[in-house]
Design a binder for this molecule. Structure first.
Ligand SMILES: Cc1ncc(COP(=O)(O)O)c(C=O)c1O
Length: 391
């Protein structure tokens, strides 16, 4: 019965594509403990160091005192508790949209939202480097799916012309990310907005790696580029810079009401624990405060330091200024990337090797992430080690 899977696993191992869990026996932070040893952590999306922040811990603890642990039911039955609604109101205010809706994860937000917006007679145009959650949501919708080369505005335009010609009157949804999760580069958002307006398409933007990092008070690229109102569906997650857990969609009141009625991952799933919503709310409040903005600016100091010190070889855009907290050091070969990550780990640095299918075959990389919680000396030490090993 299991022979087939065992053989497939062996085949994965031979191609250096097998994956394993590693147990972290400490809280998330700039240092983590694995098997009793401390490692400097360059693998986390906790960009502002909020995952173990006292403000979030206290918010969660006091929500547990008041509301208990589980939500007990789905949001539409009796699982909507005050922290959920408080969080949604705060998210909408922070993002400057009419309304917001929370899901149990960013993945669930994509999986529920995309099929609620387009169906098998419609068209989706998706950037080639979009996250798996967006790809899966697009496939689940049954809409005609066309992938355009990464950030290629010209190709997107020709796809839009094709859709108008071949599928007149059908809904067209453009899906992209503002900061790409494995490359750290940004979408040409203004040009995308221009095109979506020209062709009457809808635009969905996943700001998972931008919020908390980019734009005043970390409101993301759409806000920073002053095009928030033109982005129809603003997606994000509370699980990265916001240090908690859960996905969200921000947009018009009509969009949110529609998702409450049609997004299956929202309707048919127990509401997120109220304490997690309370922690998310504490994170949003922090980001919107002067202290939160100070933390974000500290993150940018660290990002600039990393850009300055990290050897350029392997970096995709050699001369570009750092644009996010993600630094991909592209190695190519899967086994070589694993060996490099293992060498760094034995020197005390946790840097993940990212391989196919998360990135294309032969485009394996070390994905280094910077957080505001890291010390300058930790960043200097990593860069020194990378230089010494000639990575
Ligand atoms: C770009 C992007 N979108 C969505 C997600 C999913 O978010 P979550 O981890 O909250 O499910 C992730 C994270 O893995 C991501 O990197």
């Amino acid at each position: 019965m299991w022979d087939f899977f065992a053989e497939e696993l062996e085949a994965l191992r031979k191609r250096a594509l097998d994956r394993h869990l590693r147990e972290i026996s400490s809280a998330q932070g700039p240092e983590v403990v694995i098997a009793g040893r401390h490692f400097i952590n360059f693998s986390s999306n906790d960009y502002l160091g909020l995952a173990n922040d006292p403000r979030l811990r206290e918010a969660a603890a006091s929500a547990i005192d008041e509301f208990g642990v589980g939500a007990g039911a789905s949001r539409l039955i009796s699982g909507t508790q005050s922290p959920h609604l408080r969080l949604e109101r705060a998210l909408a205010k922070w993002k400057g949209t009419e309304a917001a809706l929370c899901f149990s994860s960013g993945y669930a937000a994509a999986l529920g939202t995309i099929p609620a917006l387009v169906t098998k007679n419609d068209v989706i145009l998706l950037d080639k480097l979009c996250h798996a959650s967006l790809i899966d949501g697009a496939k689940l919708s049954g809409a005609l799916l066309r992938v355009f080369p990464h950030n290629h505005v010209g190709k997107l335009e020709s796809h839009l012309e094709w859709a108008r010609r071949e599928h007149p009157g059908k809904r067209v949804l453009i899906i992209t990310e503002s900061v790409f999760s494995m490359d750290g580069d940004l979408a040409p958002l203004r040009e995308l907005v221009q095109l979506k307006k020209q062709f009457g398409a809808l635009l969905m933007l996943d700001e998972a790696h931008a919020i908390g990092v980019i734009g005043l008070n970390g409101r993301g690229v759409a806000a920073a580029e002053n095009v928030s109102e033109e982005v129809d569906v603003q997606m994000g997650t509370l699980s990265k810079a916001l240090g908690a857990s859960g996905g969200y969609i921000c947009g018009s009141r009509t969009l949110i009401e529609w998702l409450i009625n049609r997004a299956r991952s929202f309707i048919y799933s127990t509401a997120p624990p109220p304490a997690i919503a309370a922690a998310g709310l504490a994170a949003v409040d922090f980001l919107a405060s002067p202290e939160g903005e100070k933390r974000r600016l500290l993150l940018w100091e660290r990002i600039r330091l990393m850009r300055q010190l990290l050897p350029r070889a392997g970096l995709e855009e050699e001369d570009a200024a750092a644009r996010s907290a993600i630094f991909p050091l592209v190695v190519g070969d899967e086994k070589a990337a694993l060996d490099m990550a293992a060498a760094l780990q034995s020197a005390g640095f946790l840097v993940p090797a990212i391989r196919y299918p998360t990135v294309a075959k032969g485009a394996a990389r070390l994905r280094i992430t910077v957080t505001a919680a890291q010390e300058e000396a930790q960043i200097e030490a990593l860069c020194e080690m990378i230089k010494r090993r000639g990575c």
